[in-house]
Every structure is written in structure tokens, then in C-alpha cells.
Design a protein around this ligand. Structure first.
Ligand SMILES: Nc1nc2c(ncn2[C@@H]2O[C@H](COP(=O)(O)OP(=O)(O)OP(=O)(O)O)[C@@H](O)[C@H]2O)c(=O)[nH]1
Ligand SMILES: [Mg+2]
Length: 405
């Protein structure tokens, strides 16, 4: 990349490319001092963290749409901000439910597609199809012509969709109690899957994919596969927003989250050192914006479900004492304060010096010399804190979700 391109100002998509490739970052550093870049980087960071994502949840009446909306947002049915659920028809108008921790991620609880005269085109007009990034089409029974018709129309509007077969816990439990001697969970699930695929194929859909779920137990069945598929297919500038908001129910998702947050560390460090830096008391040669770092560390905890609210909810949902879950957390157990960040920076500065040397030995980073030590220390602190948060999230996952069933 020509260095003057950078000085002239990069577009957001070019900065996104930078996020993916730190070699290009090094070249970019050559072009200007950190403070000069920081404002642009801050705007990019802000838009990456706040980009809007609208997911339309649709499907048969009573199929579990509203329950899915709540479960995805980590809420039970009785939370005051939950979507209403129940055995009689509940949802008649499209209703937005922002994620409680990421209000830019919105799940839309859409009306059921139950009526006999259902017409996909009219339905999509009514719910304003353009609003959604993609759809999740749910059934708790067999897929029918209605689901297929809806999916085809969604595709024609150049939107994506995922088929979900809900309430598989009911099928598994029924089979277990009715045919105990021959019961095989895998067999029940594969029968359901085959039946769903066959019916969708009969309706003319090519190579359909179906995710089997229990809305009450997202950690079981196919939810982790649905998460991975959504992450893979969502537009790249929205991927980070989706990832951080996803429920922490599988190791692969934790790792993908971590990778996405790790890619942004240099951006956060550049912004924290380049905008409103002030000397950090007790940490030699380091100046940065501590509030920006508090925001990022709180963000790690929130995204990995390590904040008090999330842990309390998890304890309730899994009927485990909160202290038992808290015992598995090595990192921050309390609110992130300025003192805590100063302390972490102090720890990081001890092993940041090797990293600073590494950074400064790259000729392109010579211009960083003025704020090189700050950048390296902040970078190192964020890297260590993120690693700790990932480890904690993995321990909490192992502690709370029993995969034996
Ligand atoms: N066992 C089991 N029950 C479920 C599941 N998902 C939803 N339910 C129950 O099914 C009933 C209907 O769920 P809702 O989430 O209200 O369904 P809906 O699709 O929003 O229904 P409408 O808004 O009326 O179209 C509720 O009693 C839920 O508790 C599931 O995966 N397993
Ligand atoms: Mg509903």
C-alpha cells in the first residue's frame, strides 16, 4: 500500500483490511505518527463495535420463535425485557428485541406463518423484508410448502435464511420413555434431520440445511453449528458485532470471539495511546486513555459472559450456586476500575519491554518510537487480559454445561 494513501485517509474497508493483516499495519505505521492516525482508527473501532444487525425470527405459530429470541439474548421467559411466550398465539406484529448487552444487535420476533392462506410475498412485504440481514425460519413439526415458499422468496430478495427444527428435546424425551430398550438419541435426531431435509427437497429446495434445537437448552444439539454458520455467512463488516453478542455455549465460538477481539487489539491500543493520553501513575514512560481501556476490558467480560449479571443469570439457569461458578474465574471478578487497569498496565510493562524491542526493531515502526513503549504496554495488557477472559469463559463453560447427556 502506498504510504501517501494512508496519509490521505483510509476508507473504512481499507482499515478493515488492516485489521486482518498486521504486516500491512506496519507499512501503514510508516506513513504517519500514531496520534495522526488515531482519530480515524477510533471512528473505525466505533463503527465496528456498533454496526447494526437485524435478525428476523419467523416460522410456524407456536414453534418457539419468541422463546428463541429470549434464549439468544440470554434471557429466560420471565425477564421483564423478554418476548412473551406461551401456548396460545402471542406474536402478531414484528417486534424488535435488542440484545441486552449489545443493543445494536436486534432480534425481530415476527408473526407466525400459520394462516391457511399464507402467501410469502405478502408476508415479507408486511414485515418489511429489507430490514433484516437474514432470517431464521423455525418449525416445531414437519417443514411444509409454506416454509419452502418463504425461503425461496427470502432468497429472491437476496437475503439469507436458516431452517431450524425446534423442540427436539420433546422428541428425544418421548422416544426415551416410549422405547427405552432401543432408545438412541443420535438415531432420533438423525431421523428428524432426514425427515426435514427430505420434505424440503420435495418442496424443491436444493441442498437444504436444518439445525435441530431445543430453545431451553441451546448448549445441546445444533446451536453451535448454527452460530458457526451465521458467523461464516454474515457480511464481513457485521461479523464482529454478531460474534461478540453470540451466546457462549461452545468452545469453537469462544475461540472465534477471541480471534475477532484479538484482531482489534492493535486498534484499541492505537486509539488508547493516540487520543487523550495521560501519564499512567507508577508505570514509567506509559501514557494512555485509561477510560478507553476500562471500556475494552468491560467489553471482554461482557462478551464472554463474565460480568456479574451474566454469571448470576447462568447460575440461575443451570441451578448452580453463583460462588461455585465464580470460583472457576481467575481474572477480574469485580467491576473494572481505573486502579485495576493501572495495576494491569504495571504488570504488562514488565514483560512489554521485549515486545517493545520487537516492535521497534521493525524499521517501519521507527515513527512509533515516541509512543512505542505506551503502545507495546497497552497492547500487551490487552492481550493478556483477553487470554485470561477466554480461559475463564472456557472454565465457566465446562463447569456449567454438562455435555454427558
Ligand atoms: N420443550 C420445548 N418447548 C418449547 C421449545 N420452544 C418453545 N417451546 C414452548 O412452546 C410454546 C410456544 O413457544 P413460543 O416461543 O411462544 O412460540 P412462538 O413461535 O413465539 O408462538 P407465536 O408467537 O404464538 O406464534 C411455549 O410454551 C414454549 O415454552 C423447545 O425447544 N422445547
Ligand atoms: Mg411468539
Amino acid at each position: 500500500m502506498a504510504s501517501n494513501t494512508f496519509q490521505l485517509g483510509l476508507s473504512q474497508s481499507q482499515i478493515l483490511e488492516l485489521v486482518k493483516d498486521t504486516r500491512v499495519l506496519r507499512e501503514a505505521f510508516e506513513a504517519g505518527s500514531l496520534p495522526a492516525m488515531a482519530a480515524k482508527l477510533q471512528a473505525t473501532l466505533h463503527s465496528l463495535e456498533n454496526v447494526r444487525l437485524d435478525i428476523g425470527i419467523t416460522g410456524g405459530t407456536g414453534s418457539g420463535k419468541s422463546t428463541f429470541v429470549n434464549a439468544f439474548r440470554g434471557l429466560g421467559d420471565e425477564d421483564p425485557s423478554s418476548a412473551r411466550t406461551g401456548v396460545v398465539e402471542m406474536t402478531v406484529e414484528p417486534t424488535p428485541y435488542p440484545h441486552p448487552k449489545y443493543p445494536n444487535v436486534i432480534l425481530w420476533d415476527l408473526p407466525g406463518i400459520g394462516e391457511p392462506t399464507f402467501q410469502a410475498e405478502k408476508y415479507l412485504q408486511r414485515v418489511l423484508v429489507d430490514r433484516y440481514d437474514f432470517f431464521i425460519i423455525i418449525t416445531s413439526e414437519s417443514f411444509t410448502a409454506k416454509h419452502a415458499q418463504l425461503a425461496r422468496r427470502v432468497l429472491q430478495q437476496s437475503k439469507g435464511f436458516y431452517f431450524v427444527r425446534s423442540k427436539v428435546d420433546v422428541d428425544v424425551a418421548a422416544s426415551r420413555s416410549r422405547r427405552p430398550s432401543t432408545f438412541s438419541k443420535e438415531q432420533v435426531l438423525s431421523q428428524i434431520r432426514d425427515d426435514c431435509l427430505r420434505r424440503l427437497e420435495v418442496e424443491g429446495l436444493e441442498d437444504p440445511k436444518v439445525f435441530l434445537l431445543s430453545m431451553f437448552e441451546l448448549d445441546k444439539y445444533d446451536f453451535h453449528l448454527l452460530e458457526e454458520s451465521m458467523v461464516k455467512n454474515v457480511k464481513s463488516h457485521k461479523r464482529h458485532a454478531l460474534l461478540v453478542a453470540l451466546p457462549n455455549i461452545s468452545k469453537p465460538i469462544l475461540e472465534k470471539k477471541a480471534a475477532s477481539l484479538r484482531q482489534l487489539i492493535w486498534l484499541v491500543a492505537a486509539v488508547a495511546c493516540g487520543i487523550n493520553p495521560s501519564p499512567v501513575p507508577g508505570v514509567k514512560d506509559v501514557a494512555c486513555d485509561l477510560y478507553r481501556l476500562i471500556h475494552s476490558l468491560e467489553g471482554y467480560r461482557r462478551s464472554f459472559g463474565l460480568d456479574k449479571d451474566s454469571l448470576r443469570r447462568l447460575a440461575e439457569q443451570t441451578s448452580q450456586p453463583l460462588h461455585k461458578i465464580l470460583d472457576t474465574v481467575q481474572g477480574l471478578k469485580t467491576k473494572v476500575t481505573k486502579e485495576l487497569v493501572v495495576d494491569l498496565l504495571g504488570q504488562a510493562s514488565r514483560d512489554a519491554s521485549a515486545f517493545t524491542q520487537e516492535l521497534l526493531s521493525v524499521p517501519a515502526l521507527g515513527t512509533l518510537a515516541t509512543c512505542g513503549i505506551s503502545f507495546a504496554t497497552v497492547y500487551q495488557m490487552l492481550r493478556l487480559s483477553l487470554d485470561t477472559a477466554v480461559k475463564d469463559a472456557q472454565s465457566v463453560l465446562m463447569q456449567t454445561f454438562d455435555s454427558s447427556d
